[in-house]
Write a protein that binds this ligand. Sequence first.
Ligand SMILES: Cc1ncc(C[n+]2csc(CCOP(=O)(O)OP(=O)(O)O)c2C)c(N)n1
Ligand SMILES: [Mg+2]
Length: 587
Amino acid sequence: MTDASPAAGLSTGPDSASTEAADRPSGQSQPGPHQAPDQAHGGAQAVAVAAAHGVETMFTLSGAHVFPMYDGAVHPVHGGPPVRILDVRHEQTAVFAAEAMGKLTRVPGLAVLTAGPGVTNGVSAITQAQFSGSPLVVVGGRAPANRWGMGSLQELDHPPLLAPVTKLARTVHRVGEIADSMDEAFRVAGSPHRGPTFLDVPMDQFFDNAGYEQPGRPARQRIAPDPEALAEVGDLLAAAQRPVLVLGTDVWADGAEEAALRFVEQTGIPVVTNGMGRGIIPGGHPLLVTKARRRALGTSDLVVVVGTPLDFRLGYGVFGGKDGSPTAQVVHLADSPAQVSGHAELTASASGDLTQVIDGVQAALEQQLRRPDWSAWVADLQADVARAAEADAALLAATADPIHPARIYGELVPRLAEDSVVIGDGGDFVSFAGKYVEPQRPGGWLDPGPYGCLGAGLGAAIAARIARPSAQVVLLLGDGAAGMSLMDVDTLVRHDLPVVMVCGNNSAWGLEKQPMQMIYGYDVAADLAPRTRYDEVVRALGGGGETVTDPRQIGPALDRAFAAGTPYLVNVITDVDAAYPRNTFGV
Ligand SMILES: Cc1ncc(C[n+]2csc(CCOP(=O)(O)OP(=O)(O)O)c2C)c(N)n1
Ligand SMILES: [Mg+2]
């Protein structure tokens, strides 16, 4: 069925589901750039507000319900350049792209989804944004209000579906309320703790006109933390023998990465990074001890966690207790009060603008009479990092046949530029990336986050290519994950967005196959077709690629991929038995 009949709700013509042109809105709802200068249609108003908030690209897949957004992008009333329309092949890609745009640029991303299935296809990606605290605004089309309840095409009340996975989800009932509602949606999405917001607009209102005022760019609001809480954290740090600092996604999202690096270098505290906290302390920095994570978090006496929840990735906030150590004290520093853990046993906590939080803790520590000396602890962890790096070296150079996935990183990591953007979409293959890729800069690492949703890869790659036009963009795909979004290579090709894709092809849903073997001694529903030519899929869509079975050919294939200037997939056939060594499944 075509996406035609919604417009019928606005016309007096036949209620046909197949003659979209015949059902165009008419009369006062006529869209287009012909309004009086102080009037604009709903779509143009929504786009103008998005542009005022810094949006340059909208991610979408066509549907008549949202045509006014397209007309608003093509014929801007906001005085600036047109907003780029980046049209994809599946709505999940549009939302994953907008989410990644929000993460990379720290300006809320914008996805525009047509009514009904367009919106529901975006729900997983919206949920990922909610779990990751990513600033994102999603605008949905909606069946016309003047036909509501009569059964027009795709008549679905979206906000009740979206409410549990957004910060705000509502219908804008009048064209005259669109600008203010959009402004609120952007403010809410972009304020700590960040996340997705959703608005839908009935089609008759979207096409209609209303008075229009050019919106201004909003100023950022900062919440000041409680100085007493910061002083308490300073006291705890001064007394600690073996402290560890954990830096997570919100440190980057809140723009506190410089404060964090300053704090680390001036105090000498060892650091473990997580999510988009990766790269804040550059790979190879003497105080970055992520490779000694088990010892650092397991034998610390004070773990200070900044900008990430105390979830399964951090053992639910229970630290210490390893190698004969007592349980550690825990401090949680968050971007907003509701983010402070309710389940973990906290010795202290603080919340607010994370630059002020970190600077405030540093100032409190500097006021202490006794300056702590953590050098022996740091040396202990550095020795552990060196041991881990030595153990890694053998696998990174593995000559095994079939290829060990680690060897891919042995070839890739030395080829990564300082400003590269690395995106992970997959199971074990991406876990290996987390272990071996240590970014040199913040804001260049996109992983599945706590929602762990496969299929985000192509959307994230599209956004990264646009957000960082001169940087290397590398998308790491498990072969299972590849199947969820690879058709959007078509989008990369149509919009001339070259990215390097590396598929770790173990012909299986590896991260599920091994656990099922462990639990039951057998596995089902875990095998994929052997040695599928995902590179041929990319070639068929207009990109390039090749399959590699010899470990010595990985490096040259990557060089060809980086030089290709087109979307290029290196399909590396790997050993399904080379599972990522893990002792938790995240639950
Ligand atoms: C949308 C979605 N469906 C299912 C899962 C469960 N899951 C987690 S990892 C994984 C296997 C991924 O396989 P692949 O991408 O080939 O990576 P590999 O583990 O084989 O390296 C699956 C199915 C998920 N996380 N997300
Ligand atoms: Mg696989």
